[in-house]
Design a protein around this ligand. Structure first.
Ligand code: ZN
Length: 319
């Protein structure tokens, strides 16, 4: 399922191809893709020029000046310029034709994705309820601590709750908790100041790494040119059940938290914070030998949050 890094990858790929282009045509081939009908969507979008792109959480925003076109990929949504062989037999849910003759296709096997057109002035209201944007400057350790304070919900549920933090889903939550060396079932409110600092850095680093690797292509994700991402090649815990931890060699465990598959290292991510002192900062030399595949890696250095990238978008928002 596309998360922040996948949507951001799509945004970056689309940006140069969309900005300056005028929407010439919009076709809705599956009426359930939008609550608005084709005539309304066409009336709002056709004839307008794209002035920018943005992202809010997992929402992709195409800025047409006074109007925004908003797309959510949900489980399997794909925005593709040229359908590949797999897609050629399928019908896109909608298409957007541009003045340069190109057409953007929205394929979506599971059909949970959606399309909206809204006045730019209504963006604040549209995204009301969506939580902190983790790669923006406003997301600080202090803000994270405020969000965690008093929460009984497990960290895994906290991280994937779009009302608290926007854009983090199953993959990046598991990977961020591993980096932060925090057990996914730890109640949010039990996280201490130093742990919150680690979690803050780990969320940002994990998302940035995901973007650098152009997303995770575990199931269906590809960019608009049909290229796969590479983050799945460096996963530490997600879908590595039973495989040795890359740091300590212990088998990765899978549990279900809030109905979602959750992967963690029982040794590096102890249930109680107290045990943390026993986790070495560097893997023991013997751990390397137990790692079967891939090059052994050490704990990634957790640096303080660097400058958040500039991503235009609505102020607040919901998934
Ligand atoms: Zn481990």
């Amino acid at each position: 399922m596309p998360e922040l890094p996948e949507v951001e990858t799509i945004r970056r790929r689309l940006h140069p191809d969309l900005v300056g282009r005028t929407v010439r045509d919009l076709r809705v081939l599956d009426r359930t893709v939008s609550r608005q009908d084709e005539a309304e969507l066409r009336g709002m979008l056709v004839g307008r020029a794209v002035v920018g792109t943005a992202r809010r959480g997992k929402w992709l925003i195409i800025d047409l000046g006074d109007v925004l076109m908003v797309v959510h990929l949900r489980m399997t949504g794909r925005l593709i310029w040229l359908p590949n062989e797999e897609e050629r037999g399928r019908r896109p849910r909608f298409t957007v034709g541009l003045d340069d003759g190109r057409t953007l296709h929205f394929f979506d096997v599971r059909r949970f994705g959606g399309l909206w057109a809204l006045p730019t002035a209504a963006a604040g209201e549209f995204f009301a309820g969506l939580g902190a944007e983790p790669l923006e400057d406003g997301f600080t350790v202090a803000h994270l601590r405020e969000l965690l304070a008093g929460r009984r919900a497990p960290l895994k549920s906290f991280l994937t709750d779009q009302r608290r933090l926007a854009g983090v889903g199953n993959i990046y939550a598991d990977e961020a908790l591993f980096r932060a060396r925090l057990h996914p079932l730890r109640p949010g409110g039990s996280v201490g100041p130093r742990e919150a600092g680690r979690l803050h850095a780990a969320v940002i680093q994990t998302l940035r790494l995901g973007i650098e690797h152009e997303g995770s292509s575990i199931e269906s994700f590809v960019d608009p040119a049909g290229s796969r991402g590479h983050f799945q090649e460096i996963l530490n815990v997600y879908q590595r059940t039973g495989e040795p931890c890359r740091v300590c060699g212990a088998p990765i465990r899978r549990i279900v938290v809030g109905g979602r598959s959750t992967h963690f290292c029982p040794r590096c991510q102890p249930r109680r914070g107290m045990k943390l002192r026993h986790v070495p900062d560097e893997p023991p030399a013997s751990a390397d030998r137990r790692i079967s595949a891939g090059s052994p890696r050490r704990w990634p250095a957790i640096a303080p949050a660097a400058t958040a990238e500039h991503v235009r978008g609505g102020q607040e928002a919901s998934d």
